[in-house]
Design a protein around this ligand. Structure first.
Ligand SMILES: Cc1cc2nc3c(=O)[nH]c(=O)nc-3n(C[C@H](O)[C@H](O)[C@H](O)COP(=O)(O)OP(=O)(O)OC[C@H]3O[C@@H](n4cnc5c(N)ncnc54)[C@H](O)[C@@H]3O)c2cc1C
Length: 505
């Protein structure tokens, strides 16, 4: 069946391109339009053009409005063989393309380019649950994965917001609620099914293409298009979790508790949390602090170490209760519907430090105030968010036990904190002023961490800004190794030159 479809596609391509599938200078079409027509030969339902509702839906299916582009067409493969065929076509015709999974990376151009072919993984929805592992296509979101794993009392290490894509999150590392116990999401992948630059569908695992296996654990989109992830599953029945919201003035006390927990030599690995400091005054939603708490056991008794969070003065609401994991994970973000807001973000990583946490909060407040003063009168309404995401040392050690990843984090330096500053605003304009303001703020934060001797030169790819260089931050040896592996599997630079988006390697 597939062979027939591919043969049909090749015939279609040849009629457009000439025999030998070589680009022969067809006039009147861009290379990308030729690719679109050739792809249409595989199956008309996989390609959509600007006049269709599928095209409109897919090209707006981004978390950030700033990522919306007008590609030549949208290609939605249903099986790995169609991805393989597409990569061969891109190669032959030299056309630009971009790959998008859940569309949650708010870096403009990282997951789409006007005029290029947009390959979306929407229909690569394999979800096969086995006894100990799950095969997950990049077209899934974590919400539908957790619905299935919940049914058998298991979990995979995925996103903490259900709408995030499987593809980008794992390839950039992946921080889950189970990370302190089992490492990054990528550490729990036992096999990547990946289409490499020559169009081959390969398995990358501990014994087959093991160099590629390592590179895909943090190497982003530079090595191929992943069509399925085989992930380890871990036992998980009901959990205890929810969001505790506080008045903005409680922030110093919340940060104090965060540090007490973070300072523990052996924190309970079943506990995980992150903090959002939110200033949404401009949209009339006020300022507040939320702590998202997770305890990976159903417990009517909250562990003692978490109790102080419930006694902080200024507590406004508390949704912590026993629930299924899929119910706990939000399927979207209150007040931030995808595609209406634009977002720009930047992060800094440092070793645990109460003083740094405090100063980062102070810089955040000062810089937001400054931004408002400068912009008064003509800015789009916006939201300013500062997130604190602790990395317990266990998250760094667990990865090593699973064969290691490309991220280059040293367990000796743990526990770590990632602070992520995000400005969100309605509409697409003003991207430059907001991005510049975020950069200035995070540079100040970085200088402080350096001054305190707490700075860690690690940029989390999944929280990096467009002008940053996450791969260089993995350390010289890992950076060089990634480049060697890239050159081995992609000597012509299909995923570096023809593919739009991605961080430099
Ligand atoms: C609301 C929100 C919540 C988040 N929560 C978390 C969290 O809990 N933990 C965490 O670690 N991160 C989190 N993130 C960050 C998130 O991991 C990154 O934004 C990630 O890139 C999103 O993946 P995606 O597939 O949705 O994005 P996309 O924008 O579709 O993809 C990101 C990049 O990966 C490439 N890519 C995607 N799929 C493939 C594939 N199959 N093969 C090859 N390349 C591919 C794309 O080309 C693109 O460059 C969150 C982000 C947001 C906006």
């Amino acid at each position: 069946m597939m062979q027939t479809a591919l043969a049909h596609g090749l015939t279609e391509s040849r009629s457009i391109l000439g025999n030998g599938l070589g680009f022969t200078g067809v006039t009147g079409f861009s290379r990308e339009e030729i690719c679109c027509l050739a792809l249409k030969g595989i199956s008309t339902s996989t390609v959509s053009f600007p006049d269709s509702s599928t095209y409109t839906n897919e090209t707006h299916n981004y978390f950030s409005a700033g990522n919306v582009v007008q590609p030549a067409c949208v290609f939605s493969p249903e099986i790995a063989e169609q991805v393989s065929y597409a990569v061969r076509i891109f190669n032959e015709v030299n056309c630009n393309f971009a790959v998008r999974s859940g569309g949650h990376l708010p870096v403009p151009g990282s997951n789409g380019k006007s005029g290029a072919v947009l390959l979306v993984t929407t229909k690569l929805k394999t979800l096969d649950i086995h006894d100990k592992t799950a095969r997950i296509g990049p077209g899934n979101t974590w919400t539908n994965v957790y619905h299935e794993t919940d049914k058998i009392g298991k979990v995979v290490l995925g996103g903490r917001i259900g709408t995030v894509g499987v593809g980008g999150l794992i390839l950039g590392g992946g921080i889950s609620f189970q990370g302190s116990e089992h490492g990054f999401s990528c550490d729990s992948v036992i096999n990547f099914q990946v289409v490499t630059a020559d169009g081959q569908i390969r398995n990358a695992n501990a014994t087959s293409n093991s160099d590629l296996f390592w590179a895909l654990k943090g190497g982003g989109n530079r090595f191929g298009i992943v069509t399925a992830f085989d992930m380890k599953m871990y036992p998980l029945s009901k959990i205890t979790g929810g969001t505790v919201t506080y008045a903005y003035s409680s922030l110093p006390l919340v940060l104090e508790q965060v540090d007490i927990f973070h300072r523990r030599q052996r924190p309970d690995p079943k506990i995980s949390f992150f903090i959002n400091v939110i200033d949404a005054e401009d949209i009339g939603a006020g300022q507040f602090v939320e702590v998202v708490l997770y305890y990976g056991k159903p417990s009517s008794r909250i562990p003692g170490t978490l109790k102080p969070f419930f006694n902080i003065p200024g507590l406004v609401s508390n949704t912590v209760s026993i629930k299924s994991y899929s119910t706990f994970i939000p399927n979207g973000r209150e007040g931030l519907p995808p595609g209406i807001f634009s977002h720009t973000w930047r992060s800094v990583t440092y070793q645990r430090s109460a003083a740094v946490n405090k100063e980062i909060a102070a810089i955040f407040a000062e810089e937001v105030k400054k931004f408002r003063e400068v912009q008064t009168g003509h800015q789009q309404p916006g939201i300013f968010t500062l997130a604190y995401e602790p990395y317990a040392t266990g998250m760094l050690t667990a990865g090593k036990k699973m064969g290691g990843n490309a991220l280059g984090l040293d367990e000796q330096e743990g526990p770590l904190m990632l602070s992520l500053l995000t400005y969100s605003w309605i509409n697409k304009t003003e991207s430059e002023t907001r991005t510049a303001a975020v950069k200035t703020s995070v540079e100040r934060m970085k200088q402080f961490t350096l001054g305190m001797n707490k700075h860690i030169d690690f940029l989390y790819l999944n929280a990096a800004a467009p002008d940053q260089d996450p791969f260089q931050s993995y350390g010289k040896a890992n950076y060089e190794r990634l480049r060697e592996i890239r050159d081995k599997y992609d000597p012509k630079g299909v995923f570096s030159v023809l593919q739009a988006g991605g961080f430099p390697l």
